[in-house]
Write a protein that binds this ligand. Structure first.
Ligand SMILES: Nc1ncnc2c1ncn2[C@@H]1O[C@H](COP(=O)(O)OP(=O)(O)OP(=O)(O)O)[C@@H](O)[C@H]1O
Length: 610
């Protein structure tokens, strides 16, 4: 549940502390930006440093101009030479500062874009190393989501932090001017700015807590926005008349956020307005002090304009400085999410592994394997033990939810068994490097992904390094019958699939399945796993696909999951699962003689074909 405004303010202190602590990530952040382009970064820093002095210099030249005008007006014989020099100088400084500002903006943009590319790429690479169990954890997913979404925020943080450093130098030079002429002005300055700062910290902490505590709801809103307006769901949404249901759900959730946020924004504006009046009072008090100094003959009219303009500018600069400071501390928290994600330890990454066998000698052995999905007490597998011999074709059978796919996921090391072990040639599979181990398999899952890439790329997903290898791609397509799709495609293997991009062509469910099946044939994998690979194929295509599969995988260790018993019977042995336990294991003939679940289901399906 999202928190109420009151509870948000309760946690305000913790968040303010946390955001200050997150500032420690800034140096690392800048180190990363530096490494993106040392040249751009140096140009940016030098320009900012030079421009940091421009406000005080311009104000000072302005003072010189006014004093010169007054002096020349009062002089019996006017000589305007010096005055025009000053005006020219001010003009030159203004033009120069403007050029430098543009260089800063350009280098900010280029650095931001480069950093954006590199950090997004880093995240994509890191995500691939993260365990499935972690990716399915909603808290972790929120963190990943924040890290991903804040890519632009991090770019903003970069220019904001650099601008802050520049502003700090400008502020120091202006303060030095005030101290030199009238130290009392500093006290008035502090009086006008400190309440605003406290107010800023107080409310921005609440604002951040609110936005952060809504990460999950924002994800839900994004999801509703997605399913409410995209081509994949349009059919069902129209047919089932879901628009109203989705729109209402979206509206209710959005409005809850809107109301909490509105309350906070109004409160913040009222307090800001009150403190701003205090600031204006201080400004006029300072103005009176400066006027008095002129009247007392302590300073010139030029110095009056210099001091009052400096004071005003300082007040504005400090206000922006503090506002940006709180913004930076908040963005730094997102930086923390990003670095936490990047630093996430990948267990095993630096471990010594056993070399993978070049060929499988004895096969896989599962010993009393138990498994419950992370965050769940429900045991999906309850003491599963069997061997899959080298070169054997085994089929997994069982009703929906029996645990067939889960068993595959454990054998592929997407998850670790909660109890028991899986051995390959007598060695626990966790002794091998996970990524290398997974490369041994050619797999197609029932929920394979339809990449909106070209047909060639969709097939090459099975071994992306071979994306330009026409021979292997056409071969894989022939084996899986995906080559039959080609006739309908205008640009052959280079046709864009799906409807999301220009000239994309959509395939039927069965055609997609053939394409996905081709992925498994892209490499000469030691173990083949087909998880319901033919559910969308017509009977003829299914028969052909399996005939080829059996033919091609002769002597190769393989697993097939299927609900079609005509397919299943082709396997050497069949493993029947029921509620996470092995009910039967044997050849088709043995199981038929057993007269248990397998025989019952087989007969049931056979009846249907009579
Ligand atoms: N990622 C997951 N997190 C939590 N529970 C899961 C997850 N995936 C599957 N389950 C649960 O595990 C059980 C077994 O699912 P599994 O997908 O292994 O069944 P299956 O035998 O392959 O079924 P089907 O024939 O329907 O594909 C189900 O009760 C399911 O709800």
């Amino acid at each position: 549940m999202p928190r109420s405004l009151e509870s948000i303010s309760d946690t305000k202190k913790t968040n303010v502390r946390a955001s200050f602590q997150a500032l420690r990530y800034i140096p690392r952040f800048f180190k990363e930006i530096w490494s993106v382009s040392p040249l751009l970064f140096t140009i940016n820093l030098v320009c900012r440093l030079v421009n940091a002095f421009s406000p005080v210099v311009i104000l000072w030249v302005g003072k010189l101009i006014i004093d010169e005008i007054i002096a020349e007006v009062a002089a019996p014989q006017a000589d305007y030479g010096q005055l025009w020099n000053y005006v020219l100088l001010e003009f030159a400084i203004t033009v120069f500062a403007d050029i430098i500002n543009r260089v800063i903006a350009i280098t900010d943009g280029l650095l931001g874009d480069k950093y954006n590319i590199i950090s997004s790429e880093t995240m994509i690479r890191k995500t691939s190393k993260i365990d499935m169990s972690q990716l399915e954890d909603s808290e972790f997913y929120d963190k990943l989501e924040r890290a991903r979404q804040q890519t632009q925020g991090r770019v903003g943080l970069m220019s904001m932090s650099l601008a802050q450093a520049q502003s700090l130098i400008s502020i120091s030079t202006l303060i030095a001017g005030l101290i030199y002429f009238q130290p009392l002005l500093i006290v008035l300055l502090a009086l006008s700015i400190i309440p605003l700062f406290i107010n800023e910290i107080r409310f921005s902490g609440q604002q951040y807590s609110l936005s952060r505590s809504w990460t999950t709801e924002r994800r839900e809103l994004d999801y509703l926005r997605y399913i409410g307006a995209n081509d994949k769901t349009a059919k069902e949404i129209k047919l089932f008349g879901l628009t109203d249901f989705i729109a209402k759900r979206f509206k209710t959730l959005s409005e809850r956020y809107y109301h909490i946020n509105k309350k906070l924004t109004v409160k913040r504006s009222i307090y800001s307005a009150i403190f701003n009046v205090l600031g204006v009072v201080c400004y006029y008090a300072a103005y009176l002090v400066i006027i008095k100094s002129v009247l007392d003959g302590e300073i010139t009219i030029g110095e009056l304009t210099f001091l009052s303009a400096s004071f005003n500018r300082l007040r504005n600069s400090l206000q922006t400085f503090f506002t940006n400071f709180t913004r930076i501390t908040q963005s730094a928290l997102y930086l923390k999410d990003y670095f936490d994600f990047i630093d996430l330890e990948i267990p095993d990454e630096n471990r010594e592994f056993l070399p993978l066998p070049e060929v499988i000698h004895t096969g896989f052995e599962l010993k009393d394997v138990h498994f419950a999905y992370p965050g769940s007490d429900h045991e999906v597998l309850k003491g599963v033990s069997f061997t899959l011999k080298a070169g054997e074709k085994m089929a997994f059978v069982g009703q929906n939810g029996a645990g067939k796919t889960t068993l595959i996921k454990l054998m592929l090391r997407f998850y670790e068994p909660t109890q028991g072990a899986i051995l390959l040639d007598g060695v626990n599979i966790n002794q091998y490097n996970k990524a290398d181990f997974q490369k041994m398999f050619g797999v197609i899952f029932q929920d394979f992904f339809r990449y909106e890439f070209t047909l060639r790329e969709n097939i090459a997903v099975g071994d992306i390094a071979a994306v330009q290898d026409d021979k292997r791609i056409t071969n894989a397509a022939q084996l899986s019958l995906a080559n039959e799709v080609i006739g309908d495609l205008q640009e052959g293997y280079d046709t864009q699939l799906g409807k999301r991009f220009k000239n994309g062509q959509e395939l039927s469910g069965g055609q997609w399945q053939k394409v996905a099946l081709a992925r498994a044939y892209m490499k000469d994998a030691m173990v083949m796993v087909l998880d319901e690979p033919t559910s969308a194929l017509d009977a003829k295509a299914e028969y052909e696909v399996f005939e080829r599969f059996i033919d091609l995988t002769k002597g190769k260790t393989s697993i097939i999951i299927s609900h079609r018993f005509s397919t299943v019977r082709m396997a050497d042995r069949i493993l029947v699962l029921k509620a996470g336990k092995i009910l039967e294991l044997g050849t088709h003939d043995e199981l038929m003689q057993n007269s248990k679940l397998y025989a019952e289901l087989f007969d049931l399906q056979a009846q249907g074909y009579k």
